[in-house]
Design a protein around this ligand. Sequence first.
Ligand SMILES: [Zn+2]
Length: 418
Amino acid sequence: MDERIRRTVAGANLGNNRDSTRQHNLSTVLGLVHSMGGVSRAQLTRATGLNRSTIAALVGELVHLGLVLESDLDQEQQHGRPSIMIEPGPGALALAVNPDIDVVSVALVSLGGHIVNPVRFHTVRAPSVAEVVNIVSAIYTGMRTSLPAGHRVMGVGLAIPGLVDPVDGTVIEAPHLGWRDQPLGALLSDALKLPVTSANDAVAGARAQATFGAGRDVSDLIYLYGGASGIGGGVISGGRLIRGATGFAGQLGHTHVRTGGVECTCGSFGCLEAAVTREELIAAVGLAPGETESLEEAVMEKLRDGSASRELQAIIDRQVQLLAIALKSVVNLLNPSLIVLGGFLRILVRAAPGALAEALDTPGARGPRESVAIELAPLGEDPILVGAAELAFEPLIRDPAGFLRPPEHNAQAAVPSA
Ligand SMILES: [Zn+2]
């Protein structure tokens, strides 16, 4: 644990005046409490190199801001004096939003990455942007009225199955939703009176995996998520999310996997997401539209009890081989130590254990393909919603006191005294 903390702190820029140093230290402490879910004062002291009284003052300020709680003594500590544990406060929340072709998912997420009250609003067809704004507004209004006193929603994180302008939240293209150049970020911000930060859904999922999930201690990680709207990816290299020149890096769903394949929504032929689809599995298992969330369970049950059709088995085998082709390219290009597969891609690993690793590890494969591990994204807390909340928490964690300063205070500070 301490090694991880040290790595988080290492390389950070120390501010060169008192205010920026204090802001930096508050940010570091809050970031550690957020990602670790709970950390002792002693660990914070060791990790930051700051002295005990400075840590006590910083924690005191974060408690005062309502962002962390000091709780019982650290029971696990075996040596030395017991240390007070610092945990994320439950009152700092982000609203996570993830529209898709058959459902609009909305949840409040607390610091520490815990989903508080998820709502999945099913739609009979792909919702329009205006419908998403109405659905999210109605759900948020209901959530807000039942929030305990002192709880505060810091902002909205919007995860989109498509290309999003990371600066203004405009959905440039979400082909499965039929959206093009839609200012969803701005519309939601107007409707909810909250700041909105947007990203591609798989990029959000990758952030969640890197902060809380399988990728916690991994600095070179590929996250690949398969959903109703195709396959998206996020790449973390050297501990940083790869964004690319215009913020669209990681479009792993459009990796070329076969010649002469079916046409993809991007206009090319033979892309991974056109060849490996959730819909094909749903049809082979025979699930009704409202039952698609139980797809993984349904496929695994059919394989277990021997009732899987030859067709289903053939689809799985083919999808595994095509996914392996995409992963080989990606692994050769980026040399990750870990690949995390989420959404329906989990099924391909579970249904054909070892097949993917075997296909990657072809005889003679040395270098990057020798040592890459494949893990499943956990099923529990929806990583896309947790990752969307990370987008909203980012400015708070960067400058906790500044973010929470009342606007009138900011305004006064900005106007020189007469
Ligand atoms: Zn494509």
